[in-house]
Design a protein around this ligand. Sequence first.
Ligand code: CA2
Length: 147
Amino acid sequence: MKTVYVFNGPNLNLLGTREPAVYGSQTLGDVEALCQQACKEFGFTLDFRQTNHEGELVTWIHEAGRAQAQGQAAGVILNAGAYTHTSIALHDAIKGAGALVIELHISNVHAREAFRHHSYISPAAKAVMAGFGVPGYALAVAALARM
Ligand code: CA2
């Protein structure tokens, strides 16, 4: 059984507690349950994580890249939060690890502030998804199943 890694970056632990108009009212626990259900449907094992630390995301991407090289990973669904817009380190980690990454955003970042329009992740990612809300996570698992 291949593993789907879902990595969530800074402040996503606050999901469901504030800004429901932007991010909905579901918690990160609800997101994990949704991913678990989708992974079960497609025969994947789920590895779901959240961190507020950039370096930890870098280390996790390396780990997922190694698992992928060994044929044990389907890919990474990465919501890097605000690091999306700032982190050359994450860009380099994805390229260096050779990980198949789907960049995911709950909100449509292109319909928001200009500083959210640029992503350092996108040029290194296999695909980009934004604006599907929390259900986007399940859509991303389904996409990995078809890749
Ligand atoms: O739309 C997304 O998923 C984002 O990656 C979320 C990030 C934001 O910086 C990106 O531009 C777009 C922010 C995550 C913070 O989530 C919160 C949720 C509830 C309350 C406060 C923050």
